[in-house]
Design a protein around this ligand. Structure first.
Ligand code: PLP
Length: 434
């Protein structure tokens, strides 16, 4: 998600954020970074994201504290220095991770349906762990990556998740025996079992049930002569505390299930994505146009509670860019007022502004590009700014430049103290024997 680009924002010491090390040296608050950038950008009114690396660090500390037995293989690529592993979906992601210096044994190629040339690339670059859920994949692996360490992805109940990945992936538990027999026949090394309870999972019990399914498949493997050593509990962990379920609840259920069904010599990994990145990103976007909708039959007064929005705000980030998550990730946009006439709401003094019914739209020429149909916002003008929190998961990484609108740039800051950061990195590195 967080590609490390040279950015114009300055660290406290005035140095540009153009190296990875420098990213950690900027310790301004997110609000300060937003304010500084808006005030300095003069005629450049483009939207931008602020990534708080400190928030990713805090999530990581929470992870290692709550799930000490489970090694995270982050599903995207923004915390390489903390010694986590990485779950990659393609040759492109693998190659990016390798270019950042990630050792191949810290990568799992966790896409059960892979292109042949991508499998060859994994083999040539020493990436051995890969998932599979069908027989054809086994023939491909036999041909292109015979030394791979394969992980059987099984289907588990994803009915309590926003994104039901089981529609596309996962061998049903009843098919596991046949798949494992075929792997045996082809002399393919299967090292364990993986599952994904679905992204945006809102029932902790789904993790417990999935661990039981995995246990059963471990037992089938044993009957067939395999010696499984790896359990991969996938993703699906909540990205923020505002979700219907807390990370703590999930951890308690998962910890207990793992300890109950798997002895300590089984290595347990996970593929968290949203958990790490969602809360680390804030998006700021300018109101580039406005349409005032008067109340039916009324005079010039603005409606408060009728069916029609009173203001239609058009901003320069939309559904074809960072807000693609509204279409693809079942998310909702919650616009908040950021700046009005050069003054910032977080500086105080503007809390008593009357709110009106509004709708918020993206910049493209498509009417589908609506971010919020009905929300309450103060009266804002063209040139004022809105912001959106928790914009780090499945946003900019899937953005397009439809209609010629460029993707938002990313500015970085780190609000975590150096000491905590140092401890987190040292702890994880020790665990990973780095
Ligand atoms: N692992 C795999 C194989 C995935 O497909 C995904 C998301 O689609 C993830 C992990 C990350 O899931 P989440 O963001 O819910 O943690």
């Amino acid at each position: 998600i967080a590609t490390i680009n040279a950015q114009t924002i300055k660290c406290e010491d005035g140095k540009p954020q153009n190296t990875f090390a420098n990213l950690f040296r900027c310790t301004n608050s997110v609000n300060d970074v937003i304010k500084q950038h808006i005030q300095e950008q003069n005629d450049d009114e483009d939207p931008f994201l602020v990534c708080d690396i400190g928030q990713i660090v805090r999530q990581h500390i929470k992870w290692v504290t709550n799930l000490p037995r489970v090694e995270p293989f982050y599903a995207v690529k923004c915390n390489v220095t903390m010694g986590t592993g990485f779950d990659c979906a393609s040759k492109g992601e693998i190659s990016k991770m390798l270019s950042y210096g990630v050792p191949p044994n810290k990568i799992i190629y966790a896409n059960p349906c892979k292109q042949n040339s991508h499998i060859r690339f994994a083999a040539a670059n020493g990436v051995e762990m890969m998932t599979f859920d069908n027989i054809d994949e086994l023939y491909k692996v036999k041909k292109y990556h015979p030394n791979a360490k394969m992980v059987l992805r099984v289907l588990t109940d994803d009915s309590n998740s926003l994104c039901k990945l089981g529609l596309k992936f996962g061998a049903s538990p009843s098919a596991a025996r046949e798949l494992l027999e075929k792997a045996k026949e082809l002399e393919i090394n299967v090292i364990g079992v993986s599952f994904h309870v679905g992204s945006g999972c809102f029932a902790a019990s789904a993790f417990n049930d999935a661990v039981i399914v995995a246990r059963n498949v471990f037992d089938i493997g044993k009957e067939l002569g395999f010696d499984f050593t790896l359990l991969d509990v996938g993703g699906g962990f909540p990205g923020s505390d505002s979700e219907n379920i807390s990370f703590g609840e999930v951890c308690e259920v998962l910890r207990n299930a793992i300890d109950k069904y798997f002895p300590p010599n089984v290595r347990v990994i996970a593929e968290p994505g949203r958990y790490y990145s969602a809360s680390a990103f804030t998006l700021a976007s300018q109101i580039i146009a406005r349409r005032v909708v008067k109340r039916d039959g009324g005079d010039d007064g603005f409606a408060g509670l009728n069916d029609h929005p009173s203001y239609m705000y058009y901003i320069n980030e939309g559904i074809y860019a960072s807000f693609n998550s509204l279409m693809f990730d079942h998310q909702h946009a919650y616009p908040k007022p950021l700046a009005k006439n050069g003054r910032f709401f977080f500086d105080g003094g503007m809390n008593n502004e009357t709110e009106f019914n509004c709708s918020v739209w993206g910049p493209t020429c498509d009417s589908l590009d609506c971010l919020a149909k009905n929300c309450l916002l103060p009266q804002l003008d063209v040139g004022d700014w809105l912001y959106f929190e928790e914009m780090g998961a499945y946003t900019i990484c899937a953005a397009s430049e439809f209609n010629g609108f460029q993707k938002s740039k990313i500015l970085y800051t780190n609000t975590e103290t150096t000491e905590l950061l140092r401890i987190a990195i040292a702890e994880q590195n020790k665990k990973m024997n780095l």
